[in-house]
Ligand binder design. Structure first.
Ligand SMILES: *[C@@H]1O[C@H](CO)[C@@H](O)[C@H](O)[C@H]1NC(C)=O
Ligand SMILES: *[C@@H]1O[C@H](CO)[C@@H](O)[C@H](O)[C@H]1NC(C)=O
Ligand SMILES: *[C@@H]1O[C@H](CO)[C@@H](O)[C@H](O)[C@H]1NC(C)=O
Ligand SMILES: [Cu+2]
Length: 417
């Protein structure tokens, strides 16, 4: 599609797997690799009610249930727009036979009225010059309904080289029955919000850990962490007292690659140290993170021991074919001794190697009445964005559309919808 090429596959454990994504660079006239493989490796949802029937509710949706096994067939024209194409998935049943999962993915072009780039030049005397291009992207979508929740997973490809991943949370909350019908009756810990008479929506988290095996313009990459530091102007050569500048360091080992996002302004960059632009900048891709989330459980709490990989927003490991699932190979019986966290403790070298970015985003879900009985979609997401990957703006030469006729609002709709 446009300048992108990629493969899409279906997996029982994690659902949608994107692989060998590369972009055609029209300036260099060559196809350049970006992402070797990307998927949601684990989805950890611990509930905060510690009572007898609830304390064990701390779900690993990929490792225990299967994001792919739980996938929901997409409804044409409702879950995906009119112009979408659909794909089936296949997985193995318990007796070894193939099972067809219909319409697990939809793929569509999105024109949402957004602007790809524009400028109006007012400074030429006697003239006003405007150039503008509409944004047109490609979306690959999957919906997985793991028990009560529905997760809408979108991978969106932009012609500018951006890959945007968005996860929408909707569905039904996990609720608990109660005698209470009004807030003022409650004088004890109920671990949630009264959503409706006799109904408590228990507090919980959604941690989403992504496996992103970037291959930025080639297999061997390095992680560069940058901080923006406030600098004081020492000599009196400027009326200004301060400015900020970028301090970068290249991670050598796995211990350098464990990063808490959110506290200090940090930039996460995957670079190819063996390649540079004509100007000498190192070719890279940046992680533009979504909402940072940090565990709010004690480290020796059982669910947290098994989900130790949620401790950092970013972790980087050397590529290892056996290290795909952040919660370990056998999540059901896990004691937390085979997880991304424990692999990373080997502290292997990660500089100028085939490395994998593990990124965790999510939300602490403080439930509210609007979430009941079915919650309106809440979306969170992140971007992988070129950073000195191209010599200039790669979408500069995109032609201005002359007369596009987009589907208009008076289009007849199917009455059954
Ligand atoms: C709920 O009400 C019933 C009947 O009055 C009572 O037996 C029970 O203890 C109450 N439960 C709680 C949790 O307050
Ligand atoms: C690859 O991963 C497996 C599972 O964690 C581990 O047993 C093995 O030692 C790893 N290999 C290397 C070279 O790190
Ligand atoms: C909108 O679409 C309908 C049906 O295709 C067509 O008859 C109509 O002329 C269109 N209106 C405009 C303003 O393009
Ligand atoms: Cu939630």
């Amino acid at each position: 599609w446009a300048n992108w090429e990629f493969h899409l596959s279906f997996d029982a454990r994690v659902g949608l797997i994107l692989s060998t994504a590369s972009i055609y660079d029209s300036q260099k006239q060559e196809r350049r690799p970006v992402l070797y493989r990307g998927f949601i490796s684990e989805l950890f949802v611990p509930y905060m009610d510690v009572t007898e029937e609830w304390y064990n509710r701390a779900y690993f949706d990929a490792g225990e249930y299967g994001i792919g096994i739980s996938v929901a067939p997409l409804q044409p024209k409702v879950d995906c727009p009119e112009n979408a194409a659909f794909m089936d998935g296949y997985m193995t049943s318990h007796d070894g036979k193939p099972i067809k999962m219909p319409n697990v993915f939809c793929i569509f072009e999105r024109y949402a009225g957004d602007i790809m780039w524009r400028h109006t030049e007012f400074s030429v005397p006697g003239r006003i010059i405007t150039e503008s291009r509409p944004e047109l992207t490609l979306v690959v979508r999957m919906v997985t309904t793991v028990g009560n929740y529905d997760y809408i997973v979108d991978w969106e490809f932009f012609q500018s080289g951006v890959i945007k991943v968005e996860v929408g949370l909707t569905g039904v909350l996990e609720v608990k029955g109660t005698n209470y019908t009004y807030k003022d009756q409650v004088h004890e810990e109920i671990y949630g919000t009264l959503l409706a008479p006799n109904t408590i929506g228990t507090y919980h988290d959604h941690f989403m850990t992504f496996h992103l095996d970037l291959d930025v313009d080639g297999q061997d990459n390095s992680l560069v962490k940058s901080h923006l530091d406030i600098m004081a102007v020492k000599k009196h050569h400027s009326p200004r007292k301060s400015y900020w500048t970028v301090k970068s360091e290249t991670a050598q080992r796995e211990s350098d690659g464990r990063i808490h996002l959110g506290s200090k302004s940090a930039e996460i960059l995957f670079v190819n140290p063996n390649k540079r632009t004509k100007l000498g900048n190192t070719i890279g891709y940046r992680l533009v993170p979504g909402p940072a989330i940090h565990p709010l459980l004690l480290e020796d709490d059982y669910p947290q021991l098994r989900a130790g990989f949620t401790k950092y927003s970013v972790m980087v490991t050397p590529y290892n074919k056996s290290e795909k699932w952040a919660s370990g190979l056998f999540t059901d019986q896990s004691h937390g001794d085979d997880t991304l966290e424990t692999w990373s403790l080997r502290d292997r070298e990660i500089e100028n190697k085939d490395i994998v970015l593990w990124y965790t985003m999510g939300i602490h879900h403080v439930t509210s009445q609007e979430d009941f009985p079915i919650m309106p979609t809440v979306s969170i997401g992140f971007e992988l964005r070129p950073a000195n990957f191209f010599e200039t703006n790669p979408v500069l030469s995109i032609k201005s559309p002359k007369d596009i006729r987009w589907i208009n609002c008076s289009m007849k709709t199917d009455k059954s919808i």
